[in-house]
Design a binder for this molecule. Sequence first.
Ligand SMILES: O=c1ccn([C@H]2C[C@H](O)[C@@H](COP(=O)(O)OP(=O)(O)OP(=O)(O)O)O2)c(=O)[nH]1
Ligand SMILES: [Mg+2]
Length: 146
Amino acid sequence: MQTITIKIINNSTNALPAYETIGSSGMDLRANLQEPVNLAPMQRALIPTGLFIELPLGYEAQVRPRSGLAIKHGITCLNTPGTIDSDYRGELKIILINLSTEPFAIQHGERIAQMVIQPVVKAAWEEVTVLNESKRGEGGFGHTGK
Ligand SMILES: O=c1ccn([C@H]2C[C@H](O)[C@@H](COP(=O)(O)OP(=O)(O)OP(=O)(O)O)O2)c(=O)[nH]1
Ligand SMILES: [Mg+2]
C-alpha cells in the first residue's frame, strides 16, 4: 500500500475513491455534480470529481472506463487511459463520451470511471545509428498473422 495525499471539495457523496473488492486494480471515481449532465449520442463532457491528489514522484494514475457503463450504455472515457501526472495539483476530471444511440444522464455520485495507480519508468535516451536485430524486425500491424 502506498499512501497518497488527497483533498476533497464539495463531496456530498462523502466517499474517498475506493477499491470495491480486495483484488480490484482500480478505485472507482464518482461524478461530483450540482445537477445531472445529459450526454446526447456522440456528445462528450468534462466531468468533475471534486478530488485533488498529490501522487508521489515516480507514480502516475491512469483513468480508465468502467466496463459496465461501456457495455450497457456506451459510455466510455474518450482519452483512455487518461494520464494523471504526479505533479498535477488540479481537480481530477473525467472526459466521458456517449457512443450509444441513446442519451444518457450522468448523476451526482455515480461511479463513472476507475483510477489505477502505477509506477512510472522514466527513460533516458542513448542515441545510436544501428539497432540490435530481433526475430520480429520491422514486422508489425498483423505481421504474425491472425
Ligand atoms: O483524464 C484526465 C487526463 C488528464 N487530467 C489532468 C491530469 C494531468 O496531469 C493533466 C494533463 O493531462 P495530459 O497530459 O493528458 O493533457 P495534455 O493535453 O498533454 O495537457 P498538458 O499540456 O497540461 O500536459 O490533466 C485529468 O484530470 N483527467
Ligand atoms: Mg501532457
